[in-house]
Design a binder for this molecule. Structure first.
Ligand SMILES: Nc1ncnc2c1ncn2[C@@H]1O[C@H](COP(=O)(O)OP(=O)(O)OP(=O)(O)O)[C@@H](O)[C@H]1O
Length: 691
């Protein structure tokens, strides 16, 4: 199996909060509750250390990666499955594998499937007929009598051999055409199944480690399905060819079938052992080459370029690259030696079996027990049969390997249906008047049930037509609150309601439709500028007037004007005509996307983090205008200066709502959390100004 592209690595969050004093809920505005105790940090000694385990892992790999560089992804769970496949399990797994492939092919293109099946069956029959005809030709040629008579006798069979050869070639061409037509369709059908299911599941499913691993491995299911068609065709072809050879041999002489087995079994064993060894060699080698690739990509990446030069990291990494290559080369040499030895053994066994077979055939022909023509045909049939069997062993191995990924795709489809965001539910008003949180508690799926929740007993209201700011230190729960508000998660306790409709009962697709989001890490689509903005409302036809208005509102019109192809500029590096925007320019485009969506609730997470001071002021003026026009704005920010634009501020601390009020009210709270955060930032400005 080829080394799949590296899947995104997942970060496993560690819980770091300590049990806190029991919180008081915000009852009146402005309110404040006791400050929680400071969180504890995980002890660095708790970090698991990888121990050296893999043969050939160089000291450089131990130093740089803490051991062999093994993937920790869903698909890597199939590593080595191939090596566990015995001869018997191979026979047992064949029928279900063929059935799975046929099912995939039937869903994609029934006509092409019928064509391939008919062509392959036809090839088997033609092969059997060909062998019988060859036997008849040999019998006629080796019979007593004059040369002209024997040739005349052999002529009809010769014609039959020629017709069988032509028919065989035509059928092979038909099968190639059919499977060539089938393969891309199977891949497309499987990819669509994967993408459609994956994009409809709850966010909680994406966060679920088990499901995420399945999602990760099932992505290879589509290409595996495509390859299964090819391998399955090869298996069926080899099987039919073997059946044809075996049937003809049985009819010719009863002793020929055991001879076929004698000749083919060592060869089959040899193929299995050598293929397995090659596969294991690949697996051993791949981690070294992977480690080498990581080093070379680090050395040439744009992000690392400055540090590599200034800190002179190049020679350090190159030295380790050389060390790693040396250990990899030594490993390759060792495997090559083993491969050669196994190959020799396999060839010796096959040779011995072949010699025994041909000696037996010769003895039978010599003693007159078997006609010379039958012996000649048997040689031909045995050669065809044994080479078919070798090909079949390899194809079954590959088929089995691919089927594991197709199996994952099937499992994903079943599990994705369970995790799918339900359709239907109570309608949500097109322009909701208020969103309320009533004693909402939420813990991320898969987190320790004894750890403090991400949100604990939070009650608050977000009024429409106002700017509501969410403030708090890192990890205090601001983003979590917004995800619950948006219906991306459902609360564990309490309820989140849109005009009295709880999100757990609401038609959540309607909730999504009411929201436009400019997240801090909003997606930078590798598409044109036009699509990057219009994707805010992906199901409506792209409207240029709307685009221009959205760009103008977000201050993105100047960005678009400066692009080499305007709206049609591709915003992706590394492609012809592709253009790279700065962080601030992207942010304007992100804001334009949210404007284009035109939803009544706008959620903005640090909307001005990458903007210059002038642009920041402009964006806040815009946001104010939007709120005055009736739009609800929810603002997440760490910049206390930005909070002054808000009508209402909710302050979170380690999942608890600790203060609520207008910015002015909160600043007046002595020893308030908000006031403390504000004063820390104000002091920095004072120091800068020398006050
Ligand atoms: N997907 C997740 N799975 C598990 N825990 C999470 C997840 N996302 C956040 N958390 C945890 O939930 C808590 C609240 O995180 P959240 O992202 O809501 O904080 P925040 O206030 O938005 O932080 P920041 O200011 O850094 O963006 C944190 O303890 C965080 O570690």
């Amino acid at each position: 199996m080829p080394d799949p592209p590296s899947a995104p690595t997942r970060w496993a969050p560690t819980s770091s909060t300590s049990p806190r004093a029991s919180p008081r809920r915000a009852a009146r505005r402005p309110t404040r509750v006791a400050r929680p105790t400071s969180p504890t940090r995980p002890d660095s000694r708790e970090v698991p250390v990888k121990t050296p385990s893999s043969p050939g892992t160089s000291p450089s790999e131990h130093l740089l990666f803490g051991g062999p560089l093994l993937y920790d992804t869903g698909w890597s769970s199939h590593d080595g499955a191939f090596t566990r496949l015995s001869l018997w399990s191979m026979v047992r797994t064949l029928p279900p594998l063929v059935l799975t492939t046929v099912r995939l092919a039937r869903d994609a293109d029934r006509a092409a499937l019928r064509l391939v099946a008919a062509a392959e069956i036809g090839r088997g029959v033609v092969q059997a007929v060909g062998l019988v005809a060859v036997n008849a030709v040999l019998a006629a040629v080796l019979a007593d009598g004059g040369a002209a008579d024997r040739l005349r006798e052999a002529l009809p069979s010769l014609v039959l051999v020629a017709v069988a050869a032509v028919l065989g070639a035509l059928l092979a061409a038909a099968s190639t055409y059919g499977s060539g037509r089938l393969e891309p369709k199977v891949e497309r059908v499987a990819t669509e199944r994967y993408l459609a299911r994956a994009s409809r599941v709850e966010l909680a499913a994406i966060e679920d480690d088990q499901f995420h691993r399945l999602l990760d491995t099932a992505q290879y299911g589509a290409t595996a399905a495509r390859r299964m068609i090819d391998y399955c065709t090869r298996v069926i072809n080899a099987l039919l060819s073997l059946v044809a050879a075996a049937s003809v041999l049985t009819v010719l002489h009863p002793v020929l079938l055991p001879l076929l087995a004698l000749m083919t079994v060592p060869r089959m064993w040899g193929t299995l052992v050598t293929t397995r060894r090659r596969y294991q060699s690949f697996r051993t080698w791949v981690q070294h080459s992977r480690a080498g690739r990581v080093l070379s990509s680090e050395l040439t990446a744009t992000e690392t370029a400055s540090e590599i030069r200034v800190h002179q990291v190049g020679p350090f990494l190159l030295k380790h690259f050389r060390n790693m290559s040396a250990s990899s080369e030594a490993e390759q040499t060792r495997l090559a030696r083993l491969d050669a030895r196994t190959g020799l053994w396999a060839a010796a066994w096959t040779g011995l079996a072949g010699a025994a077979t041909y000696l037996t055939l010769g003895a039978l022909a010599w003693s007159g027990t078997m006609a010379m023509s039958v012996a000649g045909t048997a040689v031909l049939a045995i050669r065809t049969g044994s080479s078919s069997l070798s090909g079949m062993v390899q194809a079954i191995n590959n088929l089995y390997d691919e089927s594991l990924f197709v199996g994952d795709l099937d499992r994903l489809c079943v599990q994705a249906a369970d995790w799918a965001i339900p359709t239907g539910g109570r309608p949500v008003p097109p322009r909701p008047r208020r969103i309320t949180f009533e004693r909402v508690t939420f813990r991320y799926p898969g987190t320790d049930p004894d750890a403090p929740p991400a949100l604990a007993d939070v009650s608050l209201t977000i009024p429409t037509g106002r700017i509501t700011a969410l403030v708090g230190e890192n990890g205090s729960g601001k983003s979590t609150l917004v995800k619950l508000l948006a219906g991306l998660y459902l609360p564990e306790g309490g309820r989140v309601s849109w005009d009295g409709v709880p999100t757990c009962q609401a038609d959540r697709h309607q909730v999504f439709a009411r929201i436009a989001m400019v997240a801090q890490d909003f997606n930078r689509w590798r598409f044109t500028a036009r699509v990057n903005v219009a994707i805010g409302d992906p199901n409506a036809p792209i409207d240029d007037d709307r685009l221009h208005a959205a760009a103008q509102q977000a201050g993105a019109d100047a960005v678009i004007k400066d692009l080499p192809r305007g709206w049609d500029t591709l915003l992706a590096r590394g492609y012809q005509g592709g253009h790279q925007l700065s962080g601030g320019q992207w942010q304007r485009l992100g804001i334009a996307r949210a404007h284009y969506r035109g939803a009544p609730v706008l959620i903005v997470d640090e909307p001005t983090a990458a903007l210059d001071a002038r642009e920041e002021q402009r964006v806040f003026d815009q946001i104010r205008e939007l709120a005055e026009g009736g739009q609800t704005v929810i603002l997440i920010t760490h910049r206390m200066a930005s909070v002054r634009h808000a009508d209402l501020v909710h302050v979170l601390d380690r999942g608890h709502l600790v203060e609520s009020g207008t910015p002015r009210e909160l600043l007046e709270l002595p020893e308030g959390h908000f006031r403390e955060l504000y004063e820390i930032q104000a002091a920095q400005f004072d120091r800068m100004a020398g006050r």
